[in-house]
Design a protein around this ligand. Structure first.
Ligand code: AHR
Length: 328
């Protein structure tokens, strides 16, 4: 039986018992749908830190409208406490399904248990949690971040296979404690281990933001005169770093090889212009798949525990070809 129907029956019984009147029946809570029969989805978004995130939010809002799902959307401004608060509000409002993109990996068990106890299914999108109890959520829809980091590292290994001396790499990490920062770091490090000449000489968080990417790159450039490669965990930090590199009198894409992740339009433009050298794609267009899952879990159907997003990589030439049709 669907979660909404279960809660509707419980709510209706409670109403009859407590109020014992027809009028009260008319006001009963039918799973937060305001009485129009629509599935209600509570979605807690990380924030608006990057072009990727903006595209992801647009995809989710458009897909909800398209699917006839009522969306209660909350922007957590990159704070875990705001996400926990939003999830508790969704539970109180008795939404049918909760979905969220967790800002960091740890610390979700208590609130996820509260949702489970309230009979509200939870879907993870984009980012995972590190909870040992997998019954706390129905599925995780998103990218393989370790693979993205590995693809970035493998490209660099191929480009530098004839290098005879050290290749100095600086790394701009995403938000500390987030799944994409942890996983991309891990995947990249594992791949570059194939070439002992490749060395990460500095690695720091730029919080997935353009301004922070610029500021941290300025520090990297001051402390390390011989930077050969920048690996940025997203396009936005790479784009911020471009400004710092140019201001330091170096030519991005030539003096410093730049590898990023995401492939949003601005990043693809920098790649096509020769300022970036390689991008591993991370697709933000999760909305349509998410709405399908929402309908299924609300109906009590089984869904796969993990749904991986299909992604590719781009060289400068491939970016030139792909740019005119890029959706985000
Ligand atoms: O979780 C996906 C990551 O979060 C994207 O790579 C980044 O741009 C965003 O902020």
């Amino acid at each position: 039986m669907s979660t909404r129907r279960t809660r509707t029956i419980v709510a209706a019984l409670a109403t009859v018992l407590l109020a014992g009147s027809l009028a009260a029946c008319g006001n009963s809570d039918t799973g937060g749908d305001g009485g129009d029969g629509k599935i209600v989805l509570g979605f807690s978004q990380v924030g608006a830190e990057s072009g990727w995130r903006t595209a992801n939010t647009t995809s989710i809002k458009e897909a909800a409208t398209e699917a006839g799902i009522e969306l209660k959307f909350d922007d957590a401004q990159q704070k875990q406490e705001n996400q926990i608060k939003a999830i508790r509000n969704f539970i109180q409002q008795k939404v049918d399904v909760i979905a969220f993109s967790p800002v960091v990996e740890s610390g979700w068990d208590t609130v996820l248990k509260e949702a489970k106890d309230a009979g509200i299914p939870v879907i993870l999108t984009d980012r995972a949690v590190d909870s040992a109890d997998k019954s706390l959520y129905k599925t995780f829809l998103g990218s393989d971040f370790v693979k993205e980091g590995r693809l970035a590292g493998e490209w660099l290994v191929e480009q530098t296979k004839t290098a005879t001396g050290p290749v100095n790499i600086v790394e701009l990490q995403g938000t500390t404690g987030s799944a994409p920062a942890n996983d991309r770091k891990e995947g990249f490090a594992a791949a570059i281990a194939a070439n002992p000449n490749l060395k990460i000489v500095a690695s720091q968080s730029g919080d997935f933001k353009r301004a922070d990417g610029k500021q941290v790159m300025e520090q990297f450039l001051k402390a390390n005169p011989d930077i050969d490669v920048l690996f940025a965990h997203n396009d936005d930090m790479g784009l911020g770093a471009l400004e710092a590199i140019t201001a330091a009198g170096k030519v991005p894409g030539k003096d410093i090889t730049i590898i990023t992740i995401d492939a949003v339009k601005d990043g693809m433009q920098a790649l096509a212009d020769g300022k970036f050298n390689f991008i591993a794609e991370c697709s933000p267009l999760l909305g349509p798949q998410l709405m399908e899952l929402v309908k299924k879990v609300e109906a009590g159907e089984e869904v796969p525990a993990r749904i991986e997003t299909e992604e590719t990589t781009f060289t400068q030439e491939q970016a030139k070809e792909a740019l005119p049709n890029r959706k985000y």
